[in-house]
Design a protein around this ligand. Structure first.
Ligand code: ADP
Length: 242
């Protein structure tokens, strides 16, 4: 198996506060990995470092053998790392299709953009299908439900052809039905991509997670199946509070 993401000794300090404290993490190509941990464990900070938003004071992030620390955000996107934020960022006045087209164009150089004929490109059509948005293609994104916006944002990542997707709490605030559809969406995406998902919902994890990494105080506390980490006394103490 090939390691796609190899994080070593990551240390992040925010004005004296240690948010990541020598974090080590490896994710293999093709994995659907869930990241859990109490608030403040450093999960979002880790994603911020991988995507170039936050600079660590020490450590390395190798992505397919390339060092990401020190690279600018847009370079990291071009290398194939895509992320979502806790609040979906879509262009409300544009339709679902226009949002996807726009996201796809971020990847293209100006000459290829000019060459691009009008019409739905293969990757946009495929993202519409994967994210189950085909029926909503011509709706303005502003009228979408919370769940549909999250799926659109994930679709906007997919059209940029990432190798690694980092999703920050994609099912937060979703209905039961939307959670289920998101779980299925994640599995579809994971068939062809490597996906790291920050998620707290234990019911969701029991259903969709094979491997879970538990973070605590800026480090990895445990790694294993949901059953394994759930039964771990230390994890119970810090995370589940029982
Ligand atoms: P998690 O995502 O696991 O809840 P975060 O990565 O968001 O944790 O935060 C880790 C810790 O770092 C928290 O205590 C948070 O308050 C702190 N932190 C995060 N970002 C900043 C920042 N920009 N400035 C100062 N402190 C921050």
């Amino acid at each position: 198996m090939t390691v796609l993401l190899d994080v070593r000794g990551l240390r992040v300090v925010f004005s004296g506060f240690v948010a990541l404290d020598g974090l080590d993490l490896t994710v293999e190509e093709g994995e659907l990995r869930f990241l859990i941990g109490p608030n403040g464990a450093g999960k979002t900070t880790l994603i911020d470092v991988v995507t170039g938003l936050t600079r660590p004071v020490a450590g390395s992030v190798r992505f397919g053998g390339t060092e990401l620390v020190g690279r600018r955000e847009h370079r990291i996107v071009r290398l194939g790392v895509g992320r979502t934020f806790q609040t979906a960022t879509v262009f409300e006045e544009l339709t679902v299709l226009e949002n996807l087209d726009l996201a796809a164009s971020f990847r293209l150089s100006l000459p290829s953009l000019l060459r691009k004929r009008r019409g739905v490109s293969d990757e946009v059509a495929s993202a519409l299908e994967t994210a189950e948005l085909t029926a909503l293609a011509d709706r303005p994104a502003g009228v979408l439900s919370h769940g549909q916006r999250q799926w659109l944002e994930i679709g906007m990542l997919l059209v940029q052809r990432p190798r690694l997707l980092l999703l920050d709490e994609p099912v937060a605030g979703m209905s039961k039905d939307e959670r289920e559809r998101t779980g299925e969406l994640l599995q579809r995406i994971a068939a062809t991509h490597t996906v790291v998902v920050v998620e707290h919902d234990m019911e969701f994890l029991r259903r969709y997670a094979r491997k879970v990494t538990v973070m605590h105080q800026g480090r990895v506390l445990r790694e294993g199946s949901v059953a394994e980490v759930q039964d771990d006394p230390e994890v119970r103490e810090v995370y589940l509070g029982r």
